[in-house]
Design a protein. Structure first.
Length: 169
């Protein structure tokens, strides 16, 4: 059974941070982003893209301030975990598009950073979305992603934030 308390830094290290991803529309950018993700056994990238686009059609995952949190409507990996031979771990990919993209955000901002979430349970999914959203509200972290800092700096900032969270719990 998957652990529902994965740290965000671990999820991002697994999913990756990608700079200058091509795409002038949501669909194009998401298609290119999904193509960059590490391979997931028994999951066709086209199916993942369709699940993400279906979720986006229900309601925009644009959070505001140039950030979007695209994800499938339900934890897509949960279904795959029914196959006992598969070892599938959740991930988050950070995507920096070549140029900001319209995303129907609440504040009307164009999206400069995506956190693409592929989760393995509802609890893990909601926990990750909540933590990412909280991180993005922190000015020092927001500055790092706005200026597209290095992978090392972004991961270090998340690890520090997670240490601070565990101390305050």
């Amino acid at each position: 059974m998957m652990n529902d308390t994965w740290r965000i830094a671990d999820l991002i290290e697994r999913g990756g941070i990608y700079y200058n991803v091509q795409g002038t529309s949501q669909k194009e950018l998401l298609a290119n982003a999904v193509g960059l993700l590490p391979s997931i056994p028994s999951l066709d990238p086209g199916n993942l893209l369709n699940e993400i686009l279906d979720r986006e059609a229900l309601m925009s995952t644009g959070a505001g301030r140039g950030i979007a949190l695209p994800h499938p409507r339900s934890p897509i990996l949960e279904r795959l975990l029914l196959e006992p031979r598969l070892c599938i771990e959740p991930m988050v990919a950070v995507i920096f598009p070549v140029q900001p993209v319209d995303w129907n955000t609440p504040d009307g901002s164009k999206v400069h950073t995506l956190f693409l979430l592929v989760s393995s349970s509802a609890k893990q999914h909601l926990n990750a979305l909540s933590k990412i959203n909280f991180l993005c509200q922190q000015e020092n972290f927001y500055y790092l992603i706005k200026k597209r800092s290095s992978k090392k700096d972004i991961i270090a900032a998340i690890r520090q934030a997670e240490k601070n969270w565990s101390r305050s719990s």
